[in-house]
Design a protein around this ligand. Structure first.
Ligand SMILES: Cc1ncc(COP(=O)(O)O)c(C=O)c1O
Length: 407
């Protein structure tokens, strides 16, 4: 049998989905499973969006233009404007989710083993996107003790090499829920200008900022406009992961032109889906603000629930709809499997995402898990009680109350 490509070997199995077979077996045994492992919003897609789909007067589903339908790009432009961000329709390319946008953009700005800086823990698919683009992800490791903030510009500067082409910034962050501070964003801006780098801004959770926190798009650094490439998506903010609509936007004409060639090679993005999201893009700010309030309540339930678990110092996430936390457990991967295979609490168990898969650096995150807030407050509260009971029972629990650091 012929062997597969070296690139194939670099694509990792999704750490978020790999426990799925065990979860299915638990359900088959009659155990209820609360899925804390996946960022698939539980709330309904807005009825306006579904109504728009049903009402579309389409009698011929031809290829859409590769850059996206004008109606769709105009709607994205209006959406950005509603958050004070200035991109005209001709500075926007519609993509199949943010995933396609990131994959294309990485290939446009880097390749041939070039380096892109990323804060870890990071969105796990970045590693697969980078492998496809032949890009090396260089991690700047953040620690739970610091709330996954980095604060110091030197940490960033120290990772730049002659091969560095860009910084990939996810703000608010999946998986940590960190919202970067003004000074951290300035540090990113400073290093990008000093070293002539692009900044790829993954802002798919932009408006999910809790409490009195400000929604701070990196696009505010208008003096860096030519370096900034924003990737965005309707998936999370409109509970519409399945429509697969996102975009990239930039003021950099060369980046736009070359990304368009990638878009042309894949021909187009689905016509009906581009159109069905138009009303929400034009008028969806209040909707996503309501979602944010709901996620904040869930964050509180998780934070409070983690706080009573012996040996856990919970991390209070500031945005998105995730938190990472360290558990007093040697291997969270084994623990997550045990939860599904061997543990039941009042007829239920939980499915966690082990932390290791969110790190670029091998060996980090083995005692951490990511928790997604994809159930209502009572269910999230119950899930934390199940976690508490499980940590107390687990044979692999660390003896010392304070969990060891993975650093
Ligand atoms: C940080 C981040 N970026 C990008 C994506 C991909 O989003 P999309 O569904 O638009 O492809 C996700 C999905 O979970 C994400 O969490």
């Amino acid at each position: 049998m012929p062997s597969l490509s070296p690139k194939s070997a670099k694509l990792q199995q999704s750490p978020i989905r790999k426990l799925a077979p065990l979860a299915r077996e638990a359900e088959a045994r009659g155990t209820g499973v609360i899925y804390l492992n996946i960022g698939q919003p539980d709330m309904p897609t807005p009825p306006e969006m579904i109504a728009e789909l049903h009402g579309l007067a389409l009698n011929r589903l031809a290829y859409a233009p590769s850059e996206g339908l004008l109606e769709s790009r105009e709607a994205w432009s209006a959406f950005f404007a509603s958050w004070g961000i200035d991109y005209s329709p001709d500075e926007i390319l519609v993509t199949a989710g943010a995933s396609e946008a990131i994959t294309f953009v990485l290939s446009v700005v880097a390749g041939g083993g070039d380096e892109v800086l990323v804060f870890e823990p990071c969105y796990t698919n970045y590693l697969s996107f980078a492998a496809q683009a032949d890009v090396r992800m260089i991690p700047i490791t953040l620690r739970v003790e610091d709330g996954y903030h980095f604060a110091d510009v030197e940490r960033l500067r120290g990772c730049v090499t002659p091969k560095t082409r860009a910084i990939l910034l996810c703000n608010p962050s999946n998986p940590t829920g960190t919202v970067y501070t003004e000074s951290e964003l300035q540090a990113v801006a400073q290093v990008a200008s000093e070293h002539d780098l692009f900044v790829i801004c993954d802002e798919v959770y932009r408006e999910f900022v809790f409490g009195s926190g400000e929604v701070r798009s990196f696009t505010r650094f208008t003096d860096l406009a030519e370096r900034i490439i924003v990737v965005d998506s309707v998936s999370k903010r409109f509970n519409a992961c399945g429509v697969r609509i996102g975009c990239m936007a930039t003021k950099n004409r060369e980046v736009l032109d070359v990304t368009l060639r990638f878009c042309q090679a894949r021909l187009s993005v689905a016509t009906a889906e581009q159109l069905m999201v138009v009303p929400m893009l034009r008028d969806g700010r209040a909707y996503s603000e309501r979602l944010c309030v709901e996620y904040e309540g869930r964050r509180d339930a998780v934070f409070n629930g983690l706080g009573v678990i012996d040996g856990v110092t919970p991390h209070r996430s500031e945005g998105a709809f995730y938190t990472m936390t360290r558990l007093p457990i040697q291997s969270c991967e084994d623990f997550a499997a045990w939860l599904l295979r061997d543990f039941v609490h009042n007829g239920e168990t939980i499915c966690l995402a082990p932390g290791e898969g969110f790190y670029v650096t091998p060996g980090l995150g083995i005692d951490e898990v990511r928790i997604a807030f994809m159930y209502d407050v009572p269910t999230m509260t119950r899930a934390m009680k199940i976690l508490d009971a499980a940590v107390g029972t687990y044979p692999g629990r660390l003896a010392a109350v304070a969990a060891t650091s993975s650093f």
